[in-house]
Design a protein around this ligand. Sequence first.
Ligand code: BTN
Length: 270
Amino acid sequence: MTIKDNGLQEIVNNLPDSLFSRHVYCFSSIESTNAYAKELAKRGEAEGSLVIAEKQTRGQGRMGRHWYSPACANLLLSVVFRPPFTVDRAFSLNMIAALAIVDAINNITGLDTLIKWPNDVFCRDKKIAGILTEFSTKRKQVEYVVIGIGINVNWDISDKPELKHVATSLENEIGHPISRLDLLATIFKFLEEYYGLLLKRQEDFIYKRWNERSMVVGKEAFIDSAHETIKGKVKRIDKNGALVIEDEAGKESSIICGDLKVLFPSLAGL
Ligand code: BTN
């Protein structure tokens, strides 16, 4: 173990008591925290279980993409949820994760970040965090949801010149490193609070904040889903996290999953 690996262990040892600090699996290197968390979930591991690593050898992004992160600089973690929800509400976990990240970043650094539906967090038109939500269901009931979070924290992006125009980190944006412990503890504080709201069916606050923090509402967009590409104006994100778009004929449709491209110059190609 390097000294920095001990840094992660220190983070884990000093997490304040929360739903997410009771069962913690901490690795200096792992293939993917999501893959590990899914195995735990399949074996019946408790809600709140946290898998966190300094490095992933096969970090997974959405749509089969790879998630790159240098070792010991960022936050790479996955959390197991077991919400008593029907499948249509599974994606609301993704919504609270994105909101918890945005709110924690603002709390710790003062930076305003925005959510690009369905699960990216952007800072000044560059991606700073991504979420990978994977779930299993049984007869329309959610068995478990694994929320995987990757946040670029203390990473000097000039290490990867090819990502310079599309990705950023908190350190890049504010000019100095920040405490990963403080950031993680604050994310967990918000995440637990927002999860409580979902469980009590008081999700109006989350729905409203998500729309306020969305970088796509009101924009013309293309959405590539499994079978087709849909073009329209983004009206809102609904309570289940689906994107509601209006086509040229004024007809609204909801899309729960897809790859979104917004039609304004600074985001072309993202
Ligand atoms: C995306 O933007 O495509 C989602 C990226 C999610 C990356 C995180 S890093 C921790 C967790 N483990 C993984 O293998 N992926 C997620």
